[in-house]
Design a protein around this ligand. Structure first.
Ligand SMILES: [Zn+2]
Length: 267
């Protein structure tokens, strides 16, 4: 794959510093088995890059559980409660601005409960449309979630914090006027910019999240995803991590977590 001048220059700086950028991969909106999901899982299997599936807890959960049961290298996180927009106005979100923390918690728990059949589930929440309600973090914290994931932040990578945050930064798609591939140069230049941001802040280890949406990829998006991931595996300045390593949690919920809701004792 052809790189861009900006990425080439930035990668050279990282190499000179002996640093490696930490990438992770989140795919949104799975809620049932599908041909597109099969293609996504195949892509992950071919590269062995760890995949985090952000699953909407409404849909064919038993079917999805069966599809994922014998798949390795994939973990599941909660993507919203039902992916319905309850906002008026421009910015979409599941939770109206005037909802209390108790209302958020009740909705979060209902969604969490519907995910319990799925294998390799992590107590991590990722809000649809990356919408961060003012009371979301407190609600997640008080329910005992291990982490959350939205867009654009340098995040908190665990290390003692009780609610780790690992965001996504590189969107494979552009959305205005219909979902389609963002473009090779735009995406690689975004990667260079994210690397530069971390280098300049001295936060070399802050993860860089790639965001995909398997249900709406066009062919160009699929082709780039495969080419980029294969190429990245040969780059010394880039390494892929699974979300559990990024946020420092095991990629398995324990029995207590499964049966008793989210709240559990900390390891
Ligand atoms: Zn979504």
């Amino acid at each position: 794959m052809r790189t861009t001048p900006a990425l080439w220059r930035e990668a050279r700086r990282w190499r000179a510093a002996g640093r490696t950028a930490r990438l992770w991969w989140r795919d949104d909106d799975a809620s049932a088995p599908s041909a597109a999901l099969d293609r996504l899982l195949k892509a992950a299997q071919q590269t062995r890059i760890p995949l985090t599936l952000a699953v909407v807890p409404s849909g064919d959960m038993p079917g999805l559980a069966a599809r994922l049961r014998h798949v390795s290298g994939v973990c599941v996180v909660q993507h919203g409660v039902d992916h319905q927009n309850r906002r008026t106005g421009d910015a979409a979100g599941e939770f109206p601005g005037d909802w209390t923390q108790a209302q958020l918690q009740s909705a979060l728990l209902q969604g969490w409960g519907r995910l319990q059949r799925l294998p390799n589930i992590l107590a991590v929440f990722t809000p649809p449309w990356n919408d961060v309600h003012p009371r979301l973090e407190a609600a997640l914290r008080s329910l005992g979630y291990d982490g959350w994931s939205a867009h654009g932040g340098l995040g908190d990578q665990g290390g003692g914090a009780d609610l780790a945050r690992a965001d996504v930064h590189l969107d494979l798609l552009r959305w205005r006027g219909g979902a389609r591939f963002r473009g090779r140069a735009r995406l690689l230049d975004s990667l260079a910019a994210e690397m530069r941001r971390r280098r300049e802040a001295g936060l070399w280890d802050a993860p860089i999240g790639l965001l995909t949406h398997h249900l709406v990829h066009d062919e160009a998006a699929w082709r780039f995803l495969g080419a980029f991931q294969h190429w990245s595996l040969g780059q010394r300045e880039l390494t892929w991590f699974g979300l559990p390593e990024v946020i420092g949690e095991a990629c398995e919920a324990d029995d207590q977590l499964r049966s008793a809701g989210v709240t559990r004792s900390k390891k």
